[in-house]
Design a protein around this ligand. Structure first.
Ligand code: ZN
Length: 345
Protein backbone atom coordinates (compact mmCIF):
# COMPACT_ATOMS: atom_id res chain seq x y z
CA UNK A 1 0.00 0.00 0.00
CA UNK A 2 1.11 3.51 -0.70
CA UNK A 3 2.18 5.37 2.43
CA UNK A 4 0.07 8.50 2.40
CA UNK A 5 1.64 9.79 5.58
CA UNK A 6 4.99 10.13 3.84
CA UNK A 7 6.52 13.42 2.76
CA UNK A 8 4.62 12.95 -0.49
CA UNK A 9 1.32 13.20 1.34
CA UNK A 10 0.42 16.23 -0.68
CA UNK A 11 1.79 15.06 -4.04
CA UNK A 12 -1.36 13.34 -5.24
CA UNK A 13 -3.79 15.38 -3.16
CA UNK A 14 -5.51 16.77 -6.27
CA UNK A 15 -6.05 13.25 -7.57
CA UNK A 16 -7.71 11.97 -4.43
CA UNK A 17 -11.05 13.84 -4.75
CA UNK A 18 -11.62 12.31 -8.21
CA UNK A 19 -14.26 9.63 -7.77
CA UNK A 20 -12.52 7.03 -9.96
CA UNK A 21 -9.18 7.53 -8.22
CA UNK A 22 -9.31 8.29 -4.48
CA UNK A 23 -6.98 6.39 -2.14
CA UNK A 24 -7.86 3.04 -3.70
CA UNK A 25 -7.16 4.23 -7.23
CA UNK A 26 -3.95 5.94 -6.20
CA UNK A 27 -2.83 2.63 -4.71
CA UNK A 28 -3.71 0.84 -7.95
CA UNK A 29 -1.53 3.33 -9.81
CA UNK A 30 1.29 2.91 -7.32
CA UNK A 31 1.19 -0.90 -7.61
CA UNK A 32 1.00 -0.86 -11.42
CA UNK A 33 3.76 -1.95 -13.78
CA UNK A 34 3.92 -0.59 -17.30
CA UNK A 35 6.34 -0.61 -20.21
CA UNK A 36 6.85 2.42 -22.42
CA UNK A 37 8.47 1.22 -25.63
CA UNK A 38 10.42 4.17 -27.03
CA UNK A 39 10.72 7.47 -25.18
CA UNK A 40 10.79 10.02 -27.97
CA UNK A 41 8.08 12.63 -28.50
CA UNK A 42 5.17 10.24 -27.92
CA UNK A 43 6.68 8.02 -25.26
CA UNK A 44 8.15 10.79 -23.14
CA UNK A 45 4.83 12.71 -23.18
CA UNK A 46 3.05 9.55 -22.02
CA UNK A 47 5.77 9.00 -19.44
CA UNK A 48 5.41 12.56 -18.16
CA UNK A 49 1.78 12.10 -17.15
CA UNK A 50 2.10 8.51 -15.99
CA UNK A 51 5.12 9.20 -13.79
CA UNK A 52 3.56 12.28 -12.26
CA UNK A 53 0.32 10.35 -11.73
CA UNK A 54 2.24 7.97 -9.49
CA UNK A 55 2.40 4.85 -11.68
CA UNK A 56 4.76 2.96 -9.39
CA UNK A 57 6.93 0.93 -11.75
CA UNK A 58 7.68 2.11 -15.27
CA UNK A 59 10.13 0.38 -17.60
CA UNK A 60 11.36 2.71 -20.31
CA UNK A 61 13.07 1.14 -23.31
CA UNK A 62 14.93 3.10 -25.99
CA UNK A 63 18.00 2.30 -28.06
CA UNK A 64 19.09 5.87 -28.80
CA UNK A 65 21.17 8.59 -27.22
CA UNK A 66 19.86 12.13 -26.73
CA UNK A 67 20.34 14.29 -29.85
CA UNK A 68 19.82 18.02 -30.14
CA UNK A 69 17.02 17.40 -32.66
CA UNK A 70 15.06 15.47 -29.99
CA UNK A 71 14.83 18.26 -27.47
CA UNK A 72 11.97 20.29 -28.97
CA UNK A 73 9.47 17.51 -28.34
CA UNK A 74 10.89 15.28 -25.62
CA UNK A 75 10.29 15.58 -21.91
CA UNK A 76 12.93 15.06 -19.20
CA UNK A 77 16.02 15.66 -21.38
CA UNK A 78 18.26 18.74 -21.45
CA UNK A 79 21.18 20.13 -23.45
CA UNK A 80 23.51 18.60 -20.83
CA UNK A 81 22.23 15.13 -21.77
CA UNK A 82 23.30 15.12 -25.41
CA UNK A 83 25.13 11.85 -26.31
CA UNK A 84 23.89 10.13 -23.12
CA UNK A 85 21.51 7.14 -23.56
CA UNK A 86 18.01 8.61 -23.61
CA UNK A 87 16.63 6.32 -20.91
CA UNK A 88 19.52 7.11 -18.58
CA UNK A 89 19.06 10.88 -18.94
CA UNK A 90 15.29 10.62 -18.49
CA UNK A 91 15.58 8.48 -15.36
CA UNK A 92 18.07 10.92 -13.82
CA UNK A 93 15.88 13.97 -14.52
CA UNK A 94 12.62 12.25 -13.66
CA UNK A 95 13.90 11.24 -10.23
CA UNK A 96 14.01 14.94 -9.35
CA UNK A 97 10.34 15.37 -10.30
CA UNK A 98 8.91 12.24 -8.69
CA UNK A 99 11.47 10.31 -6.62
CA UNK A 100 8.69 8.14 -5.26
CA UNK A 101 8.36 5.79 -8.25
CA UNK A 102 10.67 3.19 -9.77
CA UNK A 103 12.01 3.78 -13.27
CA UNK A 104 13.68 0.81 -14.92
CA UNK A 105 15.82 2.18 -17.76
CA UNK A 106 16.76 -0.22 -20.57
CA UNK A 107 19.10 1.23 -23.20
CA UNK A 108 18.24 -1.49 -25.68
CA UNK A 109 16.23 -2.20 -28.77
CA UNK A 110 13.27 -4.53 -28.53
CA UNK A 111 13.85 -7.69 -30.56
CA UNK A 112 12.82 -11.32 -30.93
CA UNK A 113 15.23 -12.37 -28.18
CA UNK A 114 14.10 -10.01 -25.44
CA UNK A 115 10.51 -8.92 -26.14
CA UNK A 116 8.82 -11.69 -24.18
CA UNK A 117 10.79 -11.06 -21.00
CA UNK A 118 10.61 -7.26 -21.29
CA UNK A 119 6.83 -7.07 -21.20
CA UNK A 120 6.08 -10.08 -19.01
CA UNK A 121 3.62 -9.37 -16.20
CA UNK A 122 2.97 -5.69 -16.95
CA UNK A 123 -0.44 -4.02 -16.87
CA UNK A 124 -0.02 -2.51 -20.32
CA UNK A 125 2.51 -1.54 -22.99
CA UNK A 126 2.54 2.03 -24.28
CA UNK A 127 3.74 2.70 -27.82
CA UNK A 128 6.38 5.41 -28.22
CA UNK A 129 8.05 3.80 -31.21
CA UNK A 130 9.13 5.22 -34.54
CA UNK A 131 9.22 1.99 -36.57
CA UNK A 132 6.63 -0.53 -37.63
CA UNK A 133 8.80 -3.63 -37.32
CA UNK A 134 9.02 -3.25 -33.54
CA UNK A 135 5.35 -2.29 -33.31
CA UNK A 136 4.32 -5.56 -34.97
CA UNK A 137 6.68 -7.49 -32.72
CA UNK A 138 5.11 -5.91 -29.63
CA UNK A 139 1.61 -6.37 -31.04
CA UNK A 140 2.25 -10.08 -31.48
CA UNK A 141 3.75 -10.53 -28.02
CA UNK A 142 0.98 -8.50 -26.34
CA UNK A 143 -1.67 -10.63 -28.10
CA UNK A 144 0.19 -13.76 -26.99
CA UNK A 145 0.53 -12.67 -23.36
CA UNK A 146 -2.92 -10.98 -23.31
CA UNK A 147 -1.41 -7.63 -22.32
CA UNK A 148 -3.21 -4.44 -23.43
CA UNK A 149 -1.16 -2.52 -26.01
CA UNK A 150 -1.80 1.19 -26.51
CA UNK A 151 -0.83 1.86 -30.11
CA UNK A 152 -0.19 5.39 -31.36
CA UNK A 153 1.60 7.10 -34.21
CA UNK A 154 2.17 10.76 -35.05
CA UNK A 155 3.59 12.79 -37.91
CA UNK A 156 3.26 16.47 -38.79
CA UNK A 157 -0.11 17.65 -37.47
CA UNK A 158 -1.65 14.17 -37.48
CA UNK A 159 -1.82 11.17 -35.22
CA UNK A 160 -3.84 8.07 -34.46
CA UNK A 161 -4.35 5.98 -31.38
CA UNK A 162 -6.19 2.82 -30.35
CA UNK A 163 -6.22 0.34 -27.48
CA UNK A 164 -5.52 -3.24 -28.49
CA UNK A 165 -6.82 -5.64 -25.86
CA UNK A 166 -6.77 -9.15 -27.26
CA UNK A 167 -8.94 -11.23 -27.58
CA UNK A 168 -11.63 -8.55 -27.21
CA UNK A 169 -10.38 -6.14 -29.87
CA UNK A 170 -8.70 -6.31 -33.27
CA UNK A 171 -4.90 -6.25 -33.21
CA UNK A 172 -2.48 -4.12 -35.24
CA UNK A 173 -2.14 -6.92 -37.81
CA UNK A 174 -5.94 -6.92 -38.25
CA UNK A 175 -6.16 -3.18 -38.91
CA UNK A 176 -2.92 -2.08 -40.54
CA UNK A 177 -1.22 -5.05 -42.26
CA UNK A 178 -0.06 -2.69 -45.01
CA UNK A 179 2.16 -0.87 -42.54
CA UNK A 180 4.59 -3.79 -42.63
CA UNK A 181 8.02 -2.87 -43.89
CA UNK A 182 9.63 0.50 -43.52
CA UNK A 183 7.21 2.42 -45.73
CA UNK A 184 6.03 4.85 -43.07
CA UNK A 185 6.83 8.57 -43.16
CA UNK A 186 9.98 9.66 -41.34
CA UNK A 187 9.73 12.66 -39.01
CA UNK A 188 13.21 13.86 -40.07
CA UNK A 189 11.77 14.36 -43.59
CA UNK A 190 8.06 15.05 -43.05
CA UNK A 191 8.49 16.89 -39.75
CA UNK A 192 6.63 16.60 -36.48
CA UNK A 193 4.97 19.30 -34.44
CA UNK A 194 5.78 18.91 -30.78
CA UNK A 195 2.16 19.57 -29.82
CA UNK A 196 1.05 16.60 -31.94
CA UNK A 197 3.23 14.12 -30.05
CA UNK A 198 2.32 15.87 -26.79
CA UNK A 199 -1.42 15.41 -27.39
CA UNK A 200 -1.13 11.82 -28.65
CA UNK A 201 1.24 10.86 -25.83
CA UNK A 202 -1.16 12.41 -23.31
CA UNK A 203 -4.03 10.35 -24.74
CA UNK A 204 -1.89 7.24 -24.39
CA UNK A 205 -1.19 8.09 -20.74
CA UNK A 206 -4.93 8.58 -20.13
CA UNK A 207 -5.67 5.17 -21.64
CA UNK A 208 -2.94 3.50 -19.57
CA UNK A 209 -4.30 5.09 -16.40
CA UNK A 210 -7.81 3.87 -17.27
CA UNK A 211 -6.54 0.34 -17.80
CA UNK A 212 -4.81 0.43 -14.41
CA UNK A 213 -7.89 1.82 -12.67
CA UNK A 214 -10.11 -0.78 -14.35
CA UNK A 215 -12.12 1.80 -16.32
CA UNK A 216 -13.49 1.08 -19.76
CA UNK A 217 -12.18 2.76 -22.90
CA UNK A 218 -13.94 4.01 -26.02
CA UNK A 219 -10.68 3.32 -27.86
CA UNK A 220 -11.18 -0.45 -27.66
CA UNK A 221 -12.48 -1.48 -31.07
CA UNK A 222 -12.16 2.09 -32.37
CA UNK A 223 -9.29 4.16 -33.68
CA UNK A 224 -9.09 7.88 -33.07
CA UNK A 225 -7.64 10.00 -35.86
CA UNK A 226 -6.44 13.41 -34.69
CA UNK A 227 -5.84 16.41 -36.92
CA UNK A 228 -4.55 18.99 -34.48
CA UNK A 229 -4.28 21.73 -37.11
CA UNK A 230 -8.05 21.66 -37.66
CA UNK A 231 -8.87 20.29 -34.22
CA UNK A 232 -10.67 17.40 -35.88
CA UNK A 233 -10.89 14.30 -33.69
CA UNK A 234 -12.75 11.43 -35.36
CA UNK A 235 -13.39 7.89 -34.20
CA UNK A 236 -13.64 5.01 -36.65
CA UNK A 237 -14.69 1.45 -35.83
CA UNK A 238 -12.08 -1.23 -36.45
CA UNK A 239 -12.69 -4.91 -37.01
CA UNK A 240 -10.96 -8.24 -36.49
CA UNK A 241 -9.55 -9.75 -39.65
CA UNK A 242 -10.57 -13.30 -40.44
CA UNK A 243 -7.56 -15.62 -40.17
CA UNK A 244 -5.33 -12.86 -38.74
CA UNK A 245 -1.92 -14.50 -38.33
CA UNK A 246 -1.36 -12.77 -34.99
CA UNK A 247 -4.79 -13.30 -33.43
CA UNK A 248 -4.76 -16.95 -34.53
CA UNK A 249 -1.20 -17.51 -33.23
CA UNK A 250 -0.14 -18.74 -36.63
CA UNK A 251 3.33 -20.26 -36.80
CA UNK A 252 4.11 -18.01 -39.76
CA UNK A 253 6.09 -15.65 -37.52
CA UNK A 254 8.10 -18.26 -35.68
CA UNK A 255 11.79 -18.89 -36.20
CA UNK A 256 12.48 -15.72 -38.13
CA UNK A 257 16.17 -15.05 -38.47
CA UNK A 258 17.20 -12.10 -36.36
CA UNK A 259 18.63 -8.97 -37.88
CA UNK A 260 21.57 -7.53 -35.95
CA UNK A 261 22.32 -4.42 -38.00
CA UNK A 262 19.96 -1.73 -39.25
CA UNK A 263 19.75 1.95 -40.04
CA UNK A 264 18.04 3.99 -37.33
CA UNK A 265 17.33 7.61 -38.11
CA UNK A 266 18.86 9.03 -41.26
CA UNK A 267 22.57 8.59 -40.58
CA UNK A 268 23.05 6.16 -37.68
CA UNK A 269 23.51 2.40 -37.83
CA UNK A 270 22.63 0.16 -34.88
CA UNK A 271 24.62 -3.04 -34.40
CA UNK A 272 23.48 -5.59 -31.82
CA UNK A 273 26.01 -8.08 -30.44
CA UNK A 274 25.32 -11.74 -31.20
CA UNK A 275 25.09 -12.35 -27.46
CA UNK A 276 24.92 -9.68 -24.77
CA UNK A 277 28.28 -8.74 -23.27
CA UNK A 278 29.18 -7.26 -19.89
CA UNK A 279 31.73 -4.61 -20.76
CA UNK A 280 33.90 -3.08 -18.04
CA UNK A 281 34.03 0.58 -18.99
CA UNK A 282 37.17 1.29 -16.93
CA UNK A 283 39.21 -1.10 -19.09
CA UNK A 284 37.63 -0.10 -22.40
CA UNK A 285 37.98 3.62 -21.67
CA UNK A 286 41.78 3.24 -21.58
CA UNK A 287 41.76 1.53 -24.98
CA UNK A 288 39.42 4.13 -26.49
CA UNK A 289 41.62 6.99 -25.30
CA UNK A 290 44.60 5.55 -27.19
CA UNK A 291 42.96 6.15 -30.59
CA UNK A 292 39.82 8.22 -30.20
CA UNK A 293 38.42 11.33 -28.60
CA UNK A 294 35.89 10.58 -25.87
CA UNK A 295 32.77 12.77 -26.11
CA UNK A 296 30.76 11.54 -23.14
CA UNK A 297 30.80 8.77 -20.56
CA UNK A 298 27.72 7.76 -18.59
CA UNK A 299 26.73 4.70 -16.58
CA UNK A 300 25.31 2.88 -19.61
CA UNK A 301 27.40 4.08 -22.56
CA UNK A 302 30.59 5.72 -23.85
CA UNK A 303 30.45 8.03 -26.87
CA UNK A 304 33.61 8.75 -28.83
CA UNK A 305 34.71 9.89 -32.29
CA UNK A 306 37.51 9.26 -34.72
CA UNK A 307 39.47 11.76 -36.81
CA UNK A 308 37.03 11.39 -39.72
CA UNK A 309 34.10 12.59 -37.60
CA UNK A 310 32.64 9.10 -37.24
CA UNK A 311 30.77 9.07 -33.93
CA UNK A 312 30.41 5.82 -32.03
CA UNK A 313 28.38 5.00 -28.93
CA UNK A 314 29.26 1.77 -27.15
CA UNK A 315 26.72 0.39 -24.68
CA UNK A 316 27.52 -1.90 -21.74
CA UNK A 317 25.98 -4.93 -23.42
CA UNK A 318 28.20 -4.53 -26.51
CA UNK A 319 25.64 -2.80 -28.72
CA UNK A 320 26.92 0.06 -30.86
CA UNK A 321 25.45 3.06 -32.62
CA UNK A 322 27.73 4.33 -35.39
CA UNK A 323 26.96 7.68 -36.94
CA UNK A 324 28.08 8.81 -40.39
CA UNK A 325 28.74 5.36 -41.83
CA UNK A 326 27.30 3.30 -44.66
CA UNK A 327 24.99 0.53 -43.37
CA UNK A 328 26.87 -2.10 -45.37
CA UNK A 329 30.21 -1.14 -43.81
CA UNK A 330 28.91 -0.85 -40.27
CA UNK A 331 29.20 -4.49 -39.18
CA UNK A 332 32.80 -4.71 -40.44
CA UNK A 333 33.61 -1.54 -38.51
CA UNK A 334 31.92 -2.99 -35.45
CA UNK A 335 34.02 -6.17 -35.47
CA UNK A 336 37.17 -4.10 -36.00
CA UNK A 337 36.32 -1.90 -33.03
CA UNK A 338 35.53 -4.85 -30.74
CA UNK A 339 38.96 -6.28 -31.57
CA UNK A 340 40.80 -2.97 -31.31
CA UNK A 341 39.26 -2.12 -27.93
CA UNK A 342 40.10 -5.64 -26.66
CA UNK A 343 36.48 -6.38 -25.76
CA UNK A 344 36.00 -10.05 -24.85
CA UNK A 345 33.07 -11.72 -26.61
ZN1 ZN B 1 -5.23 -9.66 -35.37
Amino acid sequence: MYNFSSVFNDYYSRHLPIKEIGVEGQNKLYNAKVVIAGVGGLGSAALHFMALSGVGSITIIDQDTVEESNLHRQFFTTMDDIHIPKVEAIRKNLEKVNPDIKINALAENINERNVSEMIKGVDCVVDGLDNTTTRFLINRECVKQRIPYIFAGAIGYHGNVTVIDSPNTPCLECIMPELKGENTPDCSITGILNVTTGILGSIEAMEAIKIILGLDSVLKGKILFCDVKNMAFNFYPIFKKKKCVTCSFSSIFKNQSEKLTWLCGSDTVNINPETNLKIKFDDVKKEIEKCYKIIKISNLAISFEDKKNMKITLFKNGRMLIKNIDEKKAYKKYTELIKKLKIKC
